[in-house]
Write a protein that binds this ligand. Structure first.
Ligand code: HEC
Length: 111
């Protein structure tokens, strides 16, 4: 009886872990998020440019201009939103993730 309970608990846990990986922040309603490039760049300046500046270029990635950020939008989405492995020390705040996610999903406008 208790073994079944334990197995059920693990099965449920795995299911929700995968759901979060496949559909991260699926509850974000982008119609309520003001996701401009200006806001995106200020998040990157505060949270990413320590490492991703022309001077440091961690992993060969510089995120200082609109063209650079746009060119890396897919990998930014993967690392900062889906995997949450960027920044390496602590994931972005929920509001920051929402802004990045909505900016990327609206086609990376330069606004
Ligand atoms: C403390 C330094 C540091 C900070 C802060 C940081 N990164 Fe990185 N980043 C790295 C290093 C080192 C690599 C190369 C190793 C790797 O890929 O894990 C990297 C690689 C990357 C890559 C390219 C790798 C790939 O998977 O394509 C992207 C995109 C990236 N970071 C995005 C970001 C974003 C977005 C932020 C801010 C939200 C950020 N990083 C903050 C150090 C940092």
């Amino acid at each position: 009886m208790s073994i079944i309970t334990v197995m059920a608990t693990f099965t449920t846990g795995c299911y929700y872990d995968k759901e979060e990986l496949l559909y991260p922040n699926s509850a974000v309603d982008c119609s309520t998020v003001s996701a401009t490039y200006a806001k995106v760049q200020s998040i990157l300046t505060n949270k990413c440019n320590n490492c991703h500046s022309a001077r440091n270029a961690a992993g060969g990635v510089v995120l200082e201009t609109y063209d650079q950020v746009k060119a890396h939008a897919g990998r930014i989405n993967q690392r900062a939103i889906v995997e949450k492995t960027m920044p390496p020390t602590a994931a972005l705040a929920t509001e920051e993730i929402a802004i990045l996610k909505c900016w990327i999903s609206s086609g990376t406008p330069n606004n």
